[in-house]
Design a protein. Structure first.
Length: 393
């Protein structure tokens, strides 16, 4: 006999509860010379498995398959409900438990009087714990590896990055919009991209530059029609497999909640005081064979874009900045029109993404970046301009 809520849902769907057997991360805990530890970002993914001691350790099989510097890999989503795919909340973790959690308006906090939790306010921007970095945004992405599907098990990736959470959530919502709400069975790529950022160093009393590594989910195909076709094809195959496994009944995949006793020591490593957060050093990314050579960085200047009405000289320079040539501008405009952009649309994207008024004002060092964006129909976006929110780890 089936038990409603345990083995079947209220609608009679079979519930398959999946345990988290693999952890994906872009950070690690390092030891200091004094014997302490600190969290540090990586520029690539690491694949971990749970040991017999219930501790996470490197997974040699996955490490061999994906390589030492894996920055993207294919995944498959398991549920149509976004909360079952990407769970987000504000959370304050200690080494033994989750002390407080909320949605930005209302929270639940464990206290001496109510150890199981009681309603708590404020939550969000006005919360002193969030302001002091004791509480952080928390995002858990659940999926299976497209190359290594394991029955009864899923992978989890945890992040406390504002930017990564925004990007992943936005990408999932975009997929739902394109597919009419379908997420289960969608095959996509989980990626990590290095970006420059700045944060305020309390000891130095000034802003310090560092490198952040932002997570995202991406889908790529030649044209929107092919993109939709690829997504729905995988989803249909996934649905057929579910029916076979469910003996003709509908099957709902649900991730089994992890014990706080197990998760707390692992997650709490990311909740060090800000002064103990040592940024990871900037790492030179190896160029990919398929990618165009990276343009030389622009020299630092007081300002880049010329004032309204200021003209370039005969060499395409103004204020020490080199702009693309007339020939390059003509080719760029022709390509943009060929890809179906109107003059108004092109100017809108140039202003929003690069603060450029027209193709005539595209700096030479930005030419390849602008060209790739329009040539890929917006798939290859320009690098993210980091803000103070993007602290390391």
């Amino acid at each position: 006999m089936a038990i409603v809520g345990l083995t079947v849902s209220a609608d009679g769907e079979a519930i398959q509860r999946l345990a988290v057997a693999t952890k994906i991360a872009i950070g690690e805990v390092r030891k200091t010379e004094s014997g302490g530890t600190y969290p540090s970002k990586l520029d690539h993914f690491v694949f971990l498995r749970k040991s017999n001691k219930l501790e996470w350790e490197p997974d040699p099989e996955l490490a061999r398959h994906f390589g030492e510097n894996c920055r993207e890999f294919p995944i498959i989503l398991l549920n149509d409900e976004i909360e079952n795919v990407f769970r987000t909340e504000y959370a304050w973790w200690s080494k033994t438990e989750k002390k407080c959690w909320g949605d930005g308006r209302n929270a639940t906090r464990r206290t001496e009087k109510h150890p199981d939790g009681e309603p708590w306010t404020p939550c969000g921007d006005s919360c002193p714990e969030l302001a002091s970095n004791v509480c952080k945004p928390s995002g858990d992405l659940y999926f299976i590896l497209a190359d290594f599907p394991r029955l009864g098990a899923v992978c989890r990736l945890h992040t406390t990055s504002y930017r990564s959470i925004r990007q992943i959530h936005s990408a999932i919502e975009q997929i739902r919009t394109v597919t009419g709400g379908r997420l289960a069975g969608i095959r996509c790529k989980l990626v990590v991209r290095p970006e420059k950022a700045a944060y305020y160093d309390e000891k130095k009393k000034q802003k310090v530059s560092t490198t952040i590594y932002a997570l995202n989910i991406e889908l790529s195909a030649q044209g929107m029609q092919k993109l939709i076709s690829t997504m729905t094809e995988n989803a249909k195959l996934f649905e057929q497999t579910k029916r076979l496994l469910g003996d003709g009944r509908k099957v709902e995949y649900v991730v089994e909640p992890e014990s706080e006793i197990e998760r707390a020591p692992d997650v709490a490593q990311e909740f060090y005081p800000p002064e103990e957060n040592v940024p990871a050093p900037a790492i030179q990314q190896p160029s990919r064979i398929s990618a165009s050579p990276a343009p030389e960085p622009a020299p630092e200047q007081t300002y880049i874009w010329p004032p309204t009405g200021e003209k370039k000289d005969g060499n395409g320079h103004t204020n020490g900045v080199e702009y693309i040539t007339k020939e390059q501008g003509a080719k760029l405009r022709a390509m943009i029109v060929e890809h179906g952009y109107s003059n108004v649309q092109a100017k809108q994207y140039l202003m929003e993404l690069w603060n450029v008024k027209s193709t005539a004002e595209v700096p030479a060092y930005k030419f390849d970046e602008v060209w790739r964006y329009f040539a890929s129909d917006g798939q290859e976006k320009p690098p993210y301009q980091a803000t103070d929110e993007d602290l390391p780890f």
